[in-house]
Design a protein around this ligand. Structure first.
Ligand code: CP
Length: 307
């Protein structure tokens, strides 16, 4: 991990990792996947605290599976009506209490709340960011990069196309930085209202078919409507017309290219379900790779040895 991350032994942002550290994690995850290396059983029990203040299917289950395979015991806290949040306890006090129980590592998903961010940055327990609002989702970016590397043989020669709501997507915000730092070209095909900040500086495509014929890796995204606030956005019908990935427009993509999506996808809006049958579709392979990548990340932060 980079100097900031080494001091805290945490992975809060994809920028905590150098180019070489990203490559090392991809290599380790691929070795774990192929069975070339196997984690050594720990002498004393290690506890991973999974703290999810926002909903999750893939990330939480993936970390739990990864923890079991690393001989780590996962203990999950999921913010719902059974917790003391429902009695009025604040997020940051909830977090302080869970940290006071001193699990060996924390895996935290939250809305990007600045007080929570500060607590996590100052934590003496290693922390893995499992998604912070629309800011960052570094473990998803790493599993996406692993999937690209595994399938395409390299990252630096790829033309990565993000389609849809890039600005509010933590997956895209971490992924863009990772792919650029590895030397890949990144472009976007997105409605103007979803393409502010650093995204507006990238290569832009108005037309999805043109964008697809340029790309070697196409990454679809869900509309993050829960993060738009009062912002006025185009209608779902307009979005489907211009940005949905379906059999009609995906024919513009090369036969050697791949289709990815971090999930969850809204079938019929950001992607049509028929895409899952396309041989170029990596959506479920991404999920499989996520377990090995999260094993590699926890192993690195906890100093776990391998056979
Ligand atoms: N890709 C991802 O983060 O999915 P979940 O929200 O289901 O964890």
């Amino acid at each position: 991990m980079s100097s900031h991350a080494r001091a805290h032994r945490s992975l809060l942002s994809i920028e905590d990792l150098s180019k070489l550290e990203v490559r090392a994690l991809i290599n380790k995850a691929l070795q774990l996947k192929s069975g070339e290396v196997f984690p050594l059983k720990q002498e004393s029990s290690i506890v991973a605290g999974l703290i999810f203040f926002e909903p999750s299917t893939r990330t939480r289950f993936s970390f739990e599976v990864a923890a079991h395979r690393m001989f780590i015991n996962p203990v999950a806290f999921v913010a719902d009506s059974t917790t003391s949040l429902s009695k009025g306890e604040s997020l940051h006090e909830t977090l302080n209490n869970l940290m006071a129980m001193q699990p060996n590592i924390l895996i935290v998903r939250h809305s990007g709340d600045s007080e929570v961010e500060t607590i996590l940055r100052e934590s003496s327990i290693p922390v893995i960011n499992a998604g912070s609002g629309s800011l960052e989702h570094p473990t998803q970016a790493l599993l996406d990069a692993m999937t690209v590397f595994e399938r395409m043989g390299n990252i630096e020669k790829q033309k990565i196309l993000y389609v849809g709501d890039v600005e509010y997507s933590r997956v895209a915000n971490s992924g863009r930085k990772l792919f650029q730092s590895q030397g890949a070209e990144v472009a976007v095909c997105s409605p103007a209202e979803f393409c502010g900040g650093e995204w507006s500086q990238l290569k832009q495509f108005e037309n999805l078919s043109e964008a697809l014929s340029w790309s070697t890796v196409c990454i679809g995204l869900r509309i993050q409507k829960e993060r738009h606030g009062k912002k006025s956005i185009l209608s779902v019908e307009q979005y489907i017309e211009k940005y949905r990935l379906d059999n009609k427009n995906i024919s513009a993509l090369s036969s050697s290219a791949i289709i990815m999506h971090p999930g969850p996808f809204v079938a019929g809006v950001d992607i049509s379900e028929e895409i899952l049958q396309d041989p170029r579709c990596m959506i479920h392979e991404q999920v499989t790779n996520g377990v090995y990548m999260r094993m590699a990340i926890m192993g690195e932060l906890l100093g776990i040895s391998y056979t």
